[in-house]
Design a protein around this ligand. Structure first.
Ligand SMILES: [Zn+2]
Length: 253
């Protein structure tokens, strides 16, 4: 299985528009972060988690020429706003399968009504196949994907376990029973916004506590704010098996 971090930034991305914060001014490519998303490839299958406003650029960067579907964590704009840019995949492949919670599909139907409508569709508008997911395993390619239910302040969000790989983003709280589903995972990706407390995201300490509990072989931090600091400085402070993810990082497992 190959994982490509398409984006590792929080909702505004890094640099933030108009910001003079030193991290936003950094020349280090590892300090430039598009909105959060990952590409997961195994055998002949290619899935992407979330479809934020940087989706087009991310697909170009990753030289991705086909996707078997998009899996959504939740409906916030930094995870869904790039939906129109599935068009090139739609033109080549036909209707694109979407996997999301019922509530998330409803939100997308409202925001992108022209994509989800059956009537008088403008030529060239993409079409999707809606798959509702609940908090129980579902099939993607030849894998049984296990949803991990968590909360982003009060909003339900899904993380996903693909065999030995698990991806959690935009989480603030996860029930113990859900954490148990991560037992034995080799690579865990978890959101870590910044050091200071935040109402809807894990802080660095909270992310590290979860990693300590799950004990994966390696862990990667994502959904990062410029307030967390420079990539190279933060990396030095992290435990041995924990890495700050950065855009275009690829890992194999
Ligand atoms: Zn987000």
């Amino acid at each position: 299985m190959k994982i490509t971090f398409l984006g590792t930034g929080t909702s505004q991305g890094i640099p933030v528009i108009g910001s003079n914060h030193p991290v936003c001014l950094s020349e280090n490519p590892k300090d430039k972060r598009l909105r959060v998303s990952v590409l997961i490839e195994w055998d002949a299958f290619v899935y992407v988690i979330d479809c934020g406003p940087d989706f087009r650029q991310q697909m170009l960067n990753a030289k991705c020429f086909k996707i078997d579907g998009v899996v959504f964590t939740h409906e916030h704009a930094d995870h869904t706003a790039g939906l129109d840019d599935i068009r090139p995949f739609y033109f080549r492949q036909g209707n694109i399968p979407f996997y999301a919670h019922k509530r998330v599909l409803k939100a997308m139907r409202q925001r992108f009504d022209y994509i989800f409508t059956d009537k008088d569709k403008y030529p060239g508008v993409p079409s999707v196949i809606q798959h509702e997911i609940e908090n129980k395993p579902f099939q993607l390619g030849n894998i049984n994907v296990i949803p991990i239910n968590g909360f982003h302040h009060k909003l339900q969000v899904f993380g996903f376990r693909f065999n030995d790989f698990a991806y959690l983003t935009d989480m603030k709280t996860i029930d113990e029973d859900e954490i148990k589903k991560l037992n034995g995972v080799k690579v865990l990706v978890v959101n870590a916004l910044r050091e200071k407390e935040h109402i809807s995201h894990f802080t660095l300490d909270e992310a590290l506590q979860l990693i300590e509990k799950v004990k994966p072989k390696t862990a990667y931090l994502t959904h990062i704010s410029h307030y967390l600091g420079f990539h190279d400085d933060v990396q030095q402070k992290l435990p041995k098996n924990v890495y700050l993810a950065y855009d275009n990082l690829q890992i194999e497992l």
